[in-house]
Design a protein around this ligand. Structure first.
Ligand code: ACO
Length: 405
């Protein structure tokens, strides 16, 4: 197998593994390398199947709620009525933020990205809830409740604060999704909007070992606190090749501007070898099943709350990309239609990725629990391609630096 290291004089730094074996095994981006054994979710990228704990995503999207699905992911079974009621009640009870957290958030620059604000706020929870009792089931449960409860409140609080307003207090009579939309605008959302948003959260709740979940697992494996685990995952989700893509999809649709301009845009992108945002996936080589459900939700919303002309551009883009790049398995991913749905729900573009994080907290926490049950600290190795035995040169004896071509 040819690898990126073939032209390097590589040597394993881990003596237990031979250099030859490492060269053969090296996969940039760890593509296809199993990092954990997990029973939380399953993806078949060729057949377009996604299951949470064995249940197809289509069934959960239509029959469950985000909090019930979170319980399923984290504890591994569908809750009884009493268990679900207690879970929902506890989350509702812990939605509020300590005034010091609100005050800390008021010091964040209003021009900062909400993902950075969320990462800092999630990490700060560890200061306020500093007991670290990873073997105590009641500590684990309390951390799960607190994170699921407070991440939406922190996201909405930053949105209000950066507009110069005080954060809106959560409303106990509203469910998880409706309450979040309410905290963004102080207006009670349309029931269809709340239901669609709840389904969006379910669709984004979990997706095997992607970049942010892997980041969560690496952090968790050091036995640090769950707030650090979630904060590191939020930082990883922020990048444009991962959760940040849904924001860029909207910017791209706006830049394309019209249905007629789509073909030219795609052909230029292919000629310039640039990425078309919202398309392609490391695992799916067909249309992402979540994109199919999101598209249906988008249509329901547009029928009820009014059309969005960017949806017509999106449909044409999907057609043209399938025509030009379908042979490479490039089809819409989860981010392609989610931005249009969120925009119709009145969510600002730069909150799309924090909304993704609100949902994915349940997947991260499920993997955190699974990791704790059979923990081994992540410590991969590397292929060293540098020099040996180089001597230190005093600064006044150094010539100009010869940069590698
Ligand atoms: N637009 C155009 N071409 C693409 C795209 C795209 N969005 N994605 C992949 N390709 C092409 C590549 O140019 C490459 O072509 P080549 O073989 O001729 O060189 C081929 O498809 C394979 O690409 P890879 O980079 O090997 O695919 P990889 O699995 O590493 O990338 C990724 C997956 C990062 C998601 C990629 O498809 C991408 O950058 N998409 C755009 C960003 C995006 O939408 N990200 C969200 C992903 S979903 C999520 O994280 C929740």
């Amino acid at each position: 197998m040819v690898t990126q290291t073939d032209n390097l004089n590589v040597q394993a730094t881990d003596e237990s593994t031979t250099p030859r074996a490492l060269v053969c095994d090296f996969r940039p981006g760890l593509e296809g390398v199993p990092a954990v054994q997990s029973s939380i979710s399953y993806v078949d990228g060729k057949a377009g199947i996604l299951e949470y704990r064995g249940i197809p995503i289509e069934e959960l999207a239509t029959r469950s709620t985000f909090l019930e699905t979170s319980f399923l992911l984290i504890w591994g079974y569908l809750p009884t009525e009493a268990e679900l009621a207690e879970f929902q009640h506890d989350i509702q009870f812990h939605r509020r933020l300590k005034f010091r957290i609100r005050d800390m958030m008021k010091c964040f620059p209003e021009s900062g990205h909400p993902m950075d604000a969320l990462q800092a706020s999630a990490a700060a929870l560890g200061l306020f809830y500093s007991r670290r009792a990873l073997l105590d089931p009641s500590y684990i449960r309390a951390a799960v409740i607190r994170l699921l409860a407070k991440i939406p409140t922190m996201t909405a609080a930053f949105q209000m604060i950066r507009k110069g307003n005080d954060p809106i207090q959560p409303r106990d009579d509203l469910d998880y999704a409706a309450n979040f939309l309410y905290m963004l605008s102080e207006r009670e959302p349309d029931p269809l909007a709340a239901r669609v948003f709840d389904t969006c959260l379910t669709l984004h709740a979990e997706h095997t070992i992607n970049a942010s979940t892997f980041s969560a697992l690496v952090t968790a494996s050091t036995m640090t606190d769950p707030y650090a685990v979630v904060a590191s995952a939020v930082g990883t989700l922020a990048g444009p090749l991962h959760g940040g893509a849904n924001e860029e999809v909207i910017e791209m649709l706006e830049a394309i501007g019209s249905v007629e301009a789509v073909e030219g845009f795609v052909d230029r992108a292919i000629a310039e070898k640039s990425r078309i945002m919202g398309f392609g996936h490391r695992v799916y080589k067909v249309k992402d099943p979540r994109a199919t459900i999101l598209q249906q939700l988008a249509e329901q919303l547009f029928d009820s709350l009014g059309h969005d002309r960017h949806y017509d551009i999106a449909l044409e883009l999907e057609r043209v990309v399938a025509d030009r790049l379908g042979h490479k398995g490039i089809y819409p991913n989860v981010d392609f239609y989610s931005g249009l749905v969120y925009r119709r729900l009145g969510i600002p573009t730069d909150l799309f990725t924090p909304v993704f994080a609100i949902a994915r907290v349940s997947g991260w926490l499920a993997h955190w629990r699974e990791q704790l049950a059979a923990n081994r600290i992540f410590r991969p190795t590397q292929l060293y391609g540098g020099e040996h035995g180089v001597h230190y040169v005093p600064i006044d004896e150094r010539g100009p630096v010869q940069l590698a071509p």
